[in-house]
Design a protein around this ligand. Sequence first.
Ligand code: SF4
Length: 493
Amino acid sequence: MKEACGVFGVYAPGAAVARTTFDGLFALQHRGQESAGMAVSDGESVTVFKEMGLVASVFDERSLSTLEGDLAIGHTRYSTTGPSTWQNAQPVYRTDGRAGFALGHNGNLTNTEELAAGAGMLGALTSDSDLVAELISREFAVSSDLAPDGTDDALDLVGALERVLPSVEGAFSFVLLDADHLVAVRDPHGFRPLCLGRLAYEVDGEVRTGWVVASESPALDVCGAEFVREVEPGEMVVIDGAGPRSLRPFGEPAAKRLCVFEFVYFARPDSRLVGQEVYGARRRMGGLLARQRPVDADLVIGVPDSGVTAAEGFAEASGIPYGQGLVKNRYIGRTFIAPTQEARALGVRRKLNPLRSSIENKRLVVVDDSIVRGTTTRQIVKMLKEAGAAEVHLRISSPPFRWPCYYGIDTPSRGELLGARMSVEEMQAHLGADSLDFLSLENLLTAVGSDAGGEGFCSACLTGRYPTSVPVELTPAEEREIASGRALAASLR
Ligand code: SF4
């Protein structure tokens, strides 16, 4: 599974912010590696620079020095709607000749077709982010048509957003800018994270205050900003020369539904989400997994990178020593997308190699964060056994994926999800493991500080219970399964 983008924004009056934006994007590289870009305003005009590739290859000293201004947004992309092309790299930019704005988006809309049809744009747009930018842009145009002099009654970016946002559904954390505003918006359920930080900096010996918004808190840390708070679900924060102000364009608050996989896998371990550090939650997942299904073994290893922290928690709770058993090639990136099972299996060998001296003749507990198709896990079990492991006991720090995600995570179709096709016993046999267990949904929710009802979190890909209407066509049997709670019960096992 891949995350669907990182967003960043900064407003520091009088300072040059292109390098700060670069640092913020660099800290969010894990959220998207296909393209990177930034839009910078000098108070009069907005300049956009975007390119395919990693942040460090897209920007260099020369390009950063040409991006002048004290207001900027940035974006790292992994595509879930729209192809991975330069045209779809973000920020998206629109201008009506009178005013321009740029937009960066993390998440997926769930009513894209409906919105596009309503606006007569079906087939004309390349991504859901492009659609939102177009809708905002039309509000500018509509308002200037209405105003006889073209300016007096014209909507600014904030006014256009207040008109457009109530009709947008799904998962979205947006950052936007025009010449003199930075805007951060989080959808009413808050599927994707977004936080606000305060920046203290000096201009000509005078200490000033600036503001930063970012998908994750390490992007604030890296540019020296102090974490202030999360942008609330359903909130729009508008930042200009007067500082930040909070607006509620969606009306009544909805139930909070942060993606639980931000804790399991997507977010950096040093991120702070809903008041806690991700690292601690991952350790608790490992500890609860050890208590849920103990095993007699010699060594606990984690699958790098995101299985490692849960493995440490498992080792601590079980008393079994923790060690390194798989070495990851640090230079592996998203250099290509493997189109077939065979190519994906080869990809695993390129990425991970067993540490023979550590695992030979040992009964191993192997902790990983999730199983999607099972290709990677099967290959890992095979490699470990070929390298001399006596037994391989798989422990997964999340319940089985049984449903696709419609909120900005790139999951395969239901038919490709191993957890949707097989029971745990069948998966164990398919993967060639000596035992297999998944963290129960109840324990996962405990680890992230929720209650048994999942208050505050989305776990739809585990339960089939989507917090919003989604464009999924379920079979009658699947409808009955969700309605009867069997999907939930299976995840709670
Ligand atoms: S469906 Fe799963 S991956 Fe998608 S937002 Fe919900 S918990 Fe996260």
